[in-house]
Design a protein around this ligand. Structure first.
Ligand code: SMG
Ligand code: MG
Length: 370
């Protein structure tokens, strides 16, 4: 067992994005993000909450995550005595739902524990690769601007490009990108915006050689997703629908997907993300690491989990500069020309938080103690 938690800081920061990020359900120009800083045994650890300011991607949002952490999750963790990343899940289990808030606290506890003992998060999770293949997820833009954005990312070396689509805004951007970049590995993400009646529109996407179609239908429609998967040639990947390793196992068994997007935030933490990865391996389904426009803190943790061998497709993990003019860590993440990024190897998350910059962009900060 680890050390008792001495205090927990909840800090909200706002980082302007270098380009707007629009999906079927989200419209962002600034990434407002909730950070968790834990001190245990005199050592600090950091975590990032994936929640967005509005509940457009899933039900969670920054204010809600902040409230559940302040009122329920942090008090449970502070009252638990000796605790570590492995035992935290049971401590937080009385609170239903709120996976992004739980994941943020879990990774902060893991970071503190690992900084005390010297191991990297990647090694703790069972990761073995030292570099991760990276892709880029591009928000919705007018076509001319979209082509410009994609051109830049292809030149940077990203291994694949993911486009955001919704009904009525699908064939046009996909066909335009496909025409200009015939060989680029291209994916599309609908964020649950189609209905089972839109099968013709979904079938029409088959002719563009997409590597996968992510979350075509709403998250609770697994049978609908299985019907779509049976009807179209493009592999169906699920994102929002995969809330746990059990959900992944059942979705695959139902034929609702043949690829899984693994996001620690969405499944309640990095330890559960490893279990989703294990389900994928057991069922011979490729998995890849999704993203939530994380700062360098969350990106470090995503790189750690993406270093596990079952992550066989490029991640939604891009360089710091793809998101922010200035990241919150001292050494921003950069993409190598071969489209890979290095997995941090030093203790815990393996990054140094730039506290001066963080202070400059902090909107709100509170400290909770027993
Ligand atoms: O982190 O590069 C990133 C963004 C990846 O597209 C991305 N995430 O549905 O997969 C998804 C979205 C969820 C977040 S919308 C801001
Ligand atoms: Mg998605």
């Amino acid at each position: 067992m680890g050390a008792p938690i001495e205090r927990v800081e909840l800090r909200r920061v706002a980082l302007p994005l270098v380009a707007p990020f629009r999906t079927a359900t989200v419209d962002l120009t600034v990434r407002e993000v909730l950070l968790v800083r834990v001190v245990a045994g005199g050592v600090e650890g950091w975590g990032e909450c994936g929640a967005l300011p509005e509940p457009g991607y899933t039900a969670e949002y920054v204010d809600g995550a902040h409230g559940i952490l302040r009122q329920h999750l942090v008090p449970l963790a502070l009252a638990a005595g000796e605790i570590d990343g492995a035992s935290l899940g049971a401590v937080l289990a009385p609170v239903r739902g709120h996976p992004m808030a739980k994941a943020a606290l879990e990774v902060a506890v893991l970071d503190a524990e690992l900084r005390a003992t010297g191991g990297s998060l990647a090694a703790r999770l069972g990761g073995t690769r030292d570099r991760v293949e990276c892709g880029v997820s591009v928000g919705r833009f007018p076509v001319a601007e979209l082509l410009e954005q994609v051109e830049g990312y292809v030149a940077d070396g990203y291994r694949r490009v993911k486009l955001k689509i919704l009904p009525g805004h699908d064939v046009e951007p996909i066909a335009a990108v496909r025409a200009k970049f015939p060989d680029v590995a291209l994916w599309a993400d609908a964020n649950g915006s189609y209905s089972p009646d839109d099968r013709d529109a979904l079938r029409a996407l088959d002719e563009y050689g997409l590597g996968l179609l992510e979350q075509p239908l709403p998250e609770d429609d697994l049978l609908g997703s299985a019907a779509v998967a049976a009807e179209i040639a493009t592999p169906v990947c699920l994102d929002e629908a995969i809330t746990s390793a059990r959900a992944a196992d059942q979705a695959i068994a139902l034929g609702a997907c043949s690829v899984v997007n693994v996001k620690a935030a969405r499944v309640g933490g990095y330890l559960e993300a490893v279990r989703v990865h294990d389900v994928g391996r057991a069922r011979d389904v490729p998995v890849w690491c999704g993203g939530m426009l994380e700062t360098g803190i969350g990106r470090a943790a995503n790189l750690a989990v993406a270093s596990l061998l079952g992550f066989t497709l490029p991640a939604d993990l891009s360089a710091s500069a793809r998101y922010f003019a200035r990241d919150v860590i001292v050494e921003p993440f950069t993409l190598a020309p071969d489209g890979t990024m290095a997995v941090p190897t030093s203790a815990g998350l393996g990054v140094t938080v730039d506290l001066d910059y963080l202070d400059a962009i902090t909107l709100d900060r509170e400290v909770l103690a027993p």
